[in-house]
Every structure is written in C-alpha cells, then in structure tokens.
Design a protein around this ligand. Structure first.
Ligand code: WQD
Length: 337
C-alpha cells in the first residue's frame, strides 16, 4: 500500500483529501501545525474512515522536524496543502505569506529530496491567472497575480518546475482550483472559518444559521446575466477526488501535469443564494453593497485538460454543495467554540 504524507491535512480541503485518499486505498499520514484547523479534525477523520489517523504536529518552517518525519517511515509521495490562504490577509502580512508558502515549500522539497521522495501534488489556485475576459480559462492563459497570496502560489509553481528541470526524478501535479465549496456527506468535516468569512458560501452559511444578519452582495451591475459576480464553484469532495487522480497518475509513472480543477460551469452570487435557500428551506436576507475591490465580473475554468490527462470530471452541482454545507453548519456540534 503506497504511503502518502498529506501536509495541511487537518484543513478544509486537506481533510476531505485525507478521506478520499484513504478510500482510494492509500496509507496517509497528516502533517499540520493546526494554525488553521480544529484539533478534533483527526478524530472526525477516524470516524469517517474507521481507522486511526497518524498525525505529525509540525510546521513546514521547521526543517529539522520535517527531516525527522521523513526519517520515521518511507513515503511514496506528498500532497502539499499546508499554506496560508486568505487573500485579504496576504496583503497585510506579505512576508509571513511568502515565508510559509514559499520557504515552507522549499523546506518540504529539500526534505523530500533528502529522503528520496520525488512525487509531489501541489495545491495551487486559479488566482495565478492574470485577470482576463476570456472564459473559460485554459491552463495556457497568461499568468499573473493580484495579491501576495496569488504571488506565493505562482512562485510555488515556478519553484517546483525549476526543481524538476534540474532533476528529472521529480514528478509533480500542480492543481489550480477555482472556488471550493460544500462539505463531506458525513457532515463531520467542512469549512470552518473561525472569524467572519471572506468567501461567499461560508458567509451565506452563517446567515442561514443566524450568526450573521444578512449577505452583502458585492455589486449587481456587473456584465453578467443577473449583474452579480460569476464563479466556478467546485464541490470540495470533487476537488479531493481530483487530487487522488493526480496522485494516481504520478504513482503510475505518468508525466507531470498542470491542470485546472473546476467544473467549467459559472454560477452567480444570486444563484448560490437561491441554492442555499433551497438547501436550508428558508429565505435568506441580503442587501446589494458596493463592489469589492479587485473582484472580477466572471471567472471560471476550462476543465478539459484535467479530464483528458487524469479522467477528472466534477460530479456534484451547486445544490449538492449547498446541501452538504447546510448539513455541516446546522449540526451544532460542528460549530467552533
Ligand atoms: C465569490 C463571489 C464576490 C462574499 C477567492 C480567492 C481565493 C480562492 C478562491 C484559493 C464574488 C461575491 C463574496 C460576500 C459577495 N481560493 N461575494 N459577498 O473572490 O472568487 O476567490 O476564493 O485559492 O481565496 O481568490 O471568492 O467567495 O470571496 O467571492 O457578494 O460576502 O461572491 O464578489 O463575486 P473569490 P469569494
């Protein structure tokens, strides 16, 4: 049984990927500093998978600790999520983001190299694409960054490719996500923001539970069908399964790949709000607010390459995302605090 180190495995996408990897037959160990994850996520993952969860409470900035993890057993590959990921925060503390997301990646790759581990699946982002009016966005589109968060993901991609250019033993899967949403069908893991969420679905979820009074719709005068922003929301379980397919390709000795993980389908803010109303069975209050700085009207990806190379195709729709999110947030035991 191939053994995988899953960094950031206690986080939102990481924990769902843990469940998908174990379901696919991989032995998985989690490395996480729990800076952005609840301590009880491994316990919940044990409830989902029915097996104990091995956790290394390590920070990717601790090179010696990373070496010790790789010395403790033989890994066949790494799926790397551990990073800071809040776009707004990245503008306030850029050096912390570059240190964790880039220096942390270099530390990880040097520890891998020392241990002779050269298969790496990297959590990248659609934010590495330069603003564009050409949708759906293909992988060949121009790259750029509008935030330090996006810069660190773009740098991460370049770091990995530079290493692979110098040493052919590296095999990588760079996965560019659009907008992850939803939760695990067990309602035991899901998106769990500790403060007021920036992203749309967790914000709507807090309106649905009554923690927030109403949704602020950031602009309804965009050149889109209903005037509100359009994005490519992808169910987090589809996203997790995409990571399994990326790793499977690397384990089979196939070449490195850079692919979008999206649905190719755009949904507006109001589409999401209406879908969430269907999920929770009640109307949700909102007001139209000014546009948010830096937002684009429309942003969704072309998933054709991921399907051609990995056999990836998103299976779940907006109603699935909202129904699983509602099941997760409406279970009182899941609420933080
Ligand atoms: C979606 C739409 C908003 C909140 C972000 C980041 C990054 C990336 C994906 C990792 C937009 C509107 C939102 C609200 C609203 N993740 N909105 N009211 O900005 O597309 O991308 O997530 O790489 O984190 O780039 O996602 O969920 O913030 O916004 O009207 O309270 O919802 O204007 O049109 P975004 P989002």
């Amino acid at each position: 049984m191939a053994k995988i180190l899953l960094t950031g495995g206690a986080g939102y996408i990481g924990s769902h990927t843990y469940a998908a990897l174990t379901e696919a037959g991989y032995a998985v160990e989690i490395l996480d500093n729990f800076a952005n994850a609840r301590d009880d996520v491994p316990d919940r993952l044990e409830m989902i998978t029915g097996a104990p969860v091995k956790v290394h409470r390590v920070d990717v900035l601790d090179r010696a600790a990373l070496d010790a993890v790789f010395a403790s057993t033989t890994f066949d590959g790494v799926v790397h999520f551990a990073a800071k990921k809040a776009v707004g925060e990245s503008q306030k503390i850029p050096l912390d983001y570059i240190e964790t997301n880039c220096t942390g990646l270099v530390n990880l790759m040097k520890a891998m190299e020392k241990a002779g581990v050269f298969r790496l699946v990297f959590s990248s982002s659609a934010t590495v694409y330069a603003p564009t009016l050409d949708w759906p966005i293909p992988e060949e589109a121009a790259l750029g960054y509008a935030s330090t968060y996006a810069l660190t993901k773009l740098m991460g991609e370049q770091i990995i490719q530079a290493a692979a250019h110098a040493d052919a033993r590296w095999r990588f899967g760079i996965l560019r996500y659009f907008n992850p949403a939803g939760a695990h069908p067990s309602a035991l893991i899901g998106e769990d923001p500790s403060d007021i969420p920036n992203n749309l679905m967790p914000y709507i979820a807090k309106v649905a539970t009554g923690e927030l009074p109403e949704l602020n719709v950031f602009g309804n005068d965009y050149p889109t069908p209903d005037g509100t922003g359009v994005r490519d929301y992808i169910h987090v379980v589809d996203l997790a399964e995409g990571h399994v397919q990326s790793l499977n390709a690397l384990m089979k000795g196939e070449g490195s790949h850079i692919v979008n993980l999206g649905t190719g389908q755009g949904y507006s803010v109001l589409d999401m709000l209406k879908a969430y109303e269907r999920a929770c069975g009640k109307p949700l209050p909102y007001r139209v607010a000014p546009r948010r700085e830096g937002d684009l009207a429309c942003y969704y990806g072309d998933p054709a390459k991921a399907e051609a190379l990995l056999g990836f195709r998103a299976k779940r729709d907006l109603d699935d995302m909202c129904a699983t999110s509602w099941a997760w947030v409406s279970r009182a035991s899941n609420m933080r605090g």
